[in-house]
Design a protein around this ligand. Structure first.
Ligand code: ACO
Length: 364
């Protein structure tokens, strides 16, 4: 059986930083409430995703207008696609890899800028001349882990050799900016890794464990608004639902307490199962890298699995919950800062809407 290893990583975030104090100007909240309950202090947001109230409050509280206009000018092109391309280029650069040699691009996102998917546009922007396959994977905050396992399966069973896995989300566009229970949580970002075929002895994906629970899906979602059908009358006077009206999605709706309970129950089980398949225990693992949703979830999972704080990777305070981007973003920072070194073992786990969750034991 072929092995596969991670050979490069990269990430990109929008330049606009939104602090807890900034948010307290538009909803009834405080820096203290947000940091104590979530661990989040800042998040990055694409300019276009901001509520007009925030833009107004920035004008009044952030100093000169020229600085505000400059921010808009600099951040105007921060589409999700551009962030994903920037993260991808950095990952390819780290691996000293030519984009023309890619065979597959997996874009893990729940917020594509086109409902038919973003991956082929990323392939185009990267200038891959040999038309590699590129498609999107939707699995919310578990998307990146699922993308990684899909990359490995394509390599091991499908004859692919060089797979770019991108996790990118712009959830702040789907937030209700009057709901203080959710609008404080999310940030926008992109992260990427290059996964390559290798000899079985060098394998860098030691094991995995993936699950979903549609029953629990009611606790977290942003469903399509299906009550917008025009009532047209047919020639016989009966109601017709044709042509249908343009669709739109509702904002993120979440039962935070249920999602919290689900995460602290299922994530440790999943990591334990992946560790067992790899023949490891938590003491053999160098780093615990969870989807960055809430510091209290990260701490609870670490305690349950006996991971000391110094083995836990967390950058949630600076970026908030960036959904499918959070794991590759935190991984990239940890690799570039020298925390994660070649040969280190990482227990990574994603969890979120669906509900979906899963773990991967990675050797960097
Ligand atoms: N500021 C001040 N008060 C607030 C805020 C806020 N931002 N948000 C809620 N409150 C209030 C509530 O109104 C409530 O007040 P009340 O007691 O007067 O009714 C009180 O604080 C408690 O509210 P809860 O919702 O019970 O607060 P909780 O302790 O559960 O914390 C939180 C909420 C932070 C969202 C938490 O439940 C959580 O992190 N859950 C997990 C979310 C998560 O991990 N999501 C990941 C998946 S995301 C994805 O897949 C897309």
């Amino acid at each position: 059986r072929k092995g596969c290893k991670l050979v490069g990583c990269g990430s990109a975030v929008p330049s606009l930083s939104v602090s807890n104090d900034d948010l307290s100007k538009i909803v009834d909240t405080s820096d203290e409430w947000i940091s104590v309950r979530t661990g989040i202090r800042n998040r990055r947001q694409k300019m276009e995703s901001l509520h007009p109230l925030y833009i107004l409050s920035s004008l009044f509280h952030r100093g000169p207008v020229w600085r505000f206009l400059l921010t808009i000018a600099l951040t105007g092109k921060e589409s999700l696609k551009n962030l994903a391309v920037e993260a991808a280029r950095k990952a390819l650069e780290m691996a000293d890899f030519d984009p023309n040699d890619l065979d597959l691009i997996l874009m893990c996102t729940s917020t594509p800028e086109d409902i038919f998917g973003s991956a082929p546009q990323i392939q185009r922007e990267l200038g891959c001349r040999n038309s590699p396959l590129a498609y999107d994977i939707t699995a919310a905050c578990s998307g990146f882990v699922l993308g990684l396992i899909s990359a490995a399966s394509h390599i091991r069973g499908g004859g692919f050799c060089n797979v770019l896995v991108i996790g990118a989300d712009g959830l702040s566009r789907f937030v209700d900016w009057t709901d203080r229970g959710t609008c404080i949580l999310f940030g926008d970002a992109a992260g990427a890794v290059l996964v390559q075929a290798c000899d079985a002895e060098e394998d860098g994906l030691l094991s995995f464990d993936l699950h979903s629970d549609g029953e629990g899906g009611r606790h977290l979602g942003a469903p399509i608004n299906d009550n917008e059908t025009d009532e047209l009358l047919g020639s016989n006077g009966s109601a017709l639902d044709f042509p249908p009206k343009k669709s739109s999605y509702s904002c993120i709706q979440m039962n935070g307490k249920e999602v919290f309970r689900f995460a602290v129950r299922c994530v440790p089980q999943s990591i334990e199962s992946a560790l067992e398949k790899a023949g490891l225990v938590s003491g053999n693992v160098d780093w615990l890298l969870l989807h960055q949703a809430n510091q209290r979830i990260i701490d609870a999972v670490a305690t349950r699995l006996d991971f000391p704080q110094e083995k836990v990777i967390s950058n949630l305070a600076n970026y908030g919950n960036t959904s499918a981007a959070s794991i590759p973003l935190a991984l990239d920072e940890a690799v570039r800062s020298g925390k994660v070194k070649p040969g280190h073992t990482i227990a990574a786990a994603g969890f979120g809407a669906g509900l979906t969750w899963g773990s991967a034991i990675i050797r960097w």
